[in-house]
Each structure stands twice: as C-alpha cells, then as structure tokens.
Design a protein around this ligand. Structure first.
Ligand SMILES: [Zn+2]
Length: 370
C-alpha cells in the first residue's frame, strides 16, 4: 500500500521515533462525525461497523458531558484498522493488541470499543489520566466478551493500592480497574468524574484518594466495597450503552419472536472483532412486577448467544458488581425459564467471522402463566 510503503521507507531512514509522525496505514475509507477510518487493503467490515464507531464516540461524549467531563467535539480521531500482516509497522508505536496514541487508534478489530473510548473521552480515558483509571474507563465501555461460563477472573482482586500505584497494570487487571471506576462513580457520578479529572497522569493511590475526598466522595468506603467483590465475569463492570441504545423489538400478541441471519454485510451486523461477528437485539419487559418467561432458541451450528440485562443509565446507581447475564444458549435448539423484571434487555448473537454461509437463528420469549 502506498502509505504503508512510505512509512516503511521513513522507518528505514530512521525518521520515525518519539513524538514524530505516527504511521498511516491503509487507505482512508470512511469519515463520520467523530472519526476518520483507514483500513488495510483487503479488510472488509460488517455493514454496521463504521457507523457504530461514530455512534459509540457520540454516546461516550454525551455521557461524559452529563457528568461534567470536558470533551472535544471539533476533533475527529483517526482509526487505523490494520491487517495483522502490518503488525510490525504498528509495533513501532503501539504496545499490545491495539492502542490509542495521540489522536489515533490502531486496532486489528472493528469496532474496537475499548480503543474508541480512549479516543473519544481522553480527559478521563487517556492522555493526562492515571494509567489504571484510563484502562478502567476504557474497559467499562469496551467490547462485550461472550463466554459460555461465568468464570472467576481472579479469586482475589488485586489490592486497590497496588492497582492504583501501578505504572502499568496488566490487561488481566483491567476488569478490576473498571470495577473500581464503576464504584467510584457509583453514588455520585458527577463527583466521581471530577475526582478522575482532578487526578493527573502521575496520580497514584494517595492522590486519587485525596482528589476523591475533595470531591466529597467516601473513598475509604469505596475501597472497602472494592475489596468485598470477587469478580466472576470480565463483563461485570462493563456498561452496555452500545447494546442498549437501540430500538426494542416489538411483542406480538404477548410473544416476542426474533429471527435473523448473521450476514456480515447486513446493515446492523458488527465486526470482525477478534475473529467474531455479531448482532444485537433489544427488547423490553413492561408491567409492574417481574414475570416468568419461557425462552426458546434454535440456531445453526456455530452461533452462540446470550441474554443480558440493561443497566438503567450511566448514573451507575445500579452497579452492584453482579452479572447482567440471564441466559446463555449455544448451538441447536434449547430453552430456559427466567424471571424478568420490568426493563430493557439485550440479546447478543455471535459467530465466527469465517463461518460458512450466513447462519440463521430464531429466538422466542413468552410469559408463563401459573
Ligand atoms: Zn486500553
């Protein structure tokens, strides 16, 4: 590719280092309100992916403004969606699977919500923020990771002081950092956000504690609550704003039926992210009390799916460290019974991006009368 070759030439001349120009990879393929997307030759995104990058950025900026975090709406960030064959170019500026550096995301996945978060609300997710906080915020708004089991990620969370004092928490510790961020924002998001904004890049446990206390937050209580949890699922501290901000599917004669196919080119299909493509459907349960529902599911081989509960809002009062998972159903026909409280839910349907054909699925839910 022209630009890649140009960069390779710059490297060979030793011109790229430190704060010099970042590599441009691939060709410019899309411009949204908040992002410019560049893609390596031969990569093909699912139908909804580029728009979802823009939508995620917009949602995050809106949420940030609500809690008083400054955002820059005039600036578009660059998203370099690179092919793994160009990993060596990215490795010159990026450490790990993907990264955000200055105004550019480098990721081999699309859409990469974690990196989009760094790029969209850098005031609390990048640049001047303590590393553990920035990774915690990016993980709160990162991609959903579907696991067939809810597994303990760590029998004991890393001690909070170790986590916040760390110059570079490991990616295994990101969910713990996200858990802390959710708890800090929990009771008073505006005060929590102001504590994060007040904690500059060099801030560690004692400074973050001080900034939190100055903002009126009971930091020591938050620290105790942090240590009381054992995270069972990496998604637990995650906030599903990307999934829940969708028009709910209609109920017909008291029954919800969702049928579809995971065709990457469909306008609402997303991916590929780490070799997976997915779709999301939302639905709402109305009424006053929780009800028992029978859910049935059938799909062609290779599809996995789960039903998750939406959290009410970023006000985060609802965060209790509990899983949002209601059901996980795999290949073939299966069914389950669940009590569903009034509110919004989302269904996540995923398959491998190299699946042959467009595997189809059918979901049905109906209340059970006693
Ligand atoms: Zn990150």
């Amino acid at each position: 590719m022209r630009s890649s070759r140009l960069f390779t030439n710059l490297i060979s001349l030793g011109l790229v280092s430190g704060c010099q120009d970042l590599p441009e990879i691939g060709e410019h393929v899309w411009t949204g309100e908040h992002v410019e997307i560049w893609a390596s030759d031969g990569l093909s995104a699912c139908g909804g992916s580029f728009l979802e990058v823009d939508r995620h950025a917009a949602r995050l900026k809106e949420q940030a403004k609500e809690v008083g975090v400054p955002t820059d709406d005039a600036q578009r960030f660059k998203y370099y969606w690179f092919d793994e064959s160009e990993r060596d170019i990215v490795d010159t500026v990026c450490d790990g699977y993907a990264c955000f550096i200055r105004d550019s995301v480098y990721s081999p996945s699309m859409p990469d919500f974690h990196e989009i978060t760094h790029a969209s609300i850098p005031r609390i997710a990048a640049s001047d923020t303590p590393f553990s906080i920035a990774e915690g915020v990016a993980t709160v708004f990162g991609n959903f990771k579907l696991d067939s089991e809810l597994r303990t990620i760590s029998p004991v969370l890393p001690p909070l002081q170790n986590l916040l004092d760390s110059n570079r928490p490991s990616s295994d510790e990101y969910p713990a950092a996200a858990h802390f961020v959710r708890l800090l924002l929990g009771d008073d998001p505006r005060a929590g956000a102001s504590a994060l904004v007040a904690s500059d890049k060099g801030a560690r446990y004692s400074e973050i504690r001080k900034a939190s206390l100055s903002a009126g937050l009971p930091f020591d209580e938050v620290a105790v609550r942090y240590s009381e949890f054992t995270l069972m699922d990496k998604n637990q501290p995650r906030h599903s704003i990307s999934e829940c901000d969708r028009t709910p599917e209609p109920w017909t004669s008291g029954r919800l039926e969702i049928s579809g196919a995971l065709a990457c080119e469909a306008h609402d299909s997303l991916g590929p992210f780490r070799g997976r493509i997915w779709r999301v459907h939302t639905f709402e349960v109305t009424g006053e009390e929780e009800q028992l529902f029978r859910m049935t599911w059938d799909s062609l081989s290779g599809i996995r799916f789960s039903v998750e509960r939406c959290q009410p809002s970023l006000s985060m009062h609802a965060y209790d460290g509990a899983t949002t998972r209601l059901a996980f159903l795999g290949d073939g026909p299966s069914q389950g019974y669940r009590f569903l409280a009034p509110g919004r839910y989302w269904i996540y349907v995923e398959t491998r991006s190299d699946s042959i054909g467009d595997p189809s699925y059918h979901f049905q839910a109906s209340p059970v009368d006693f």
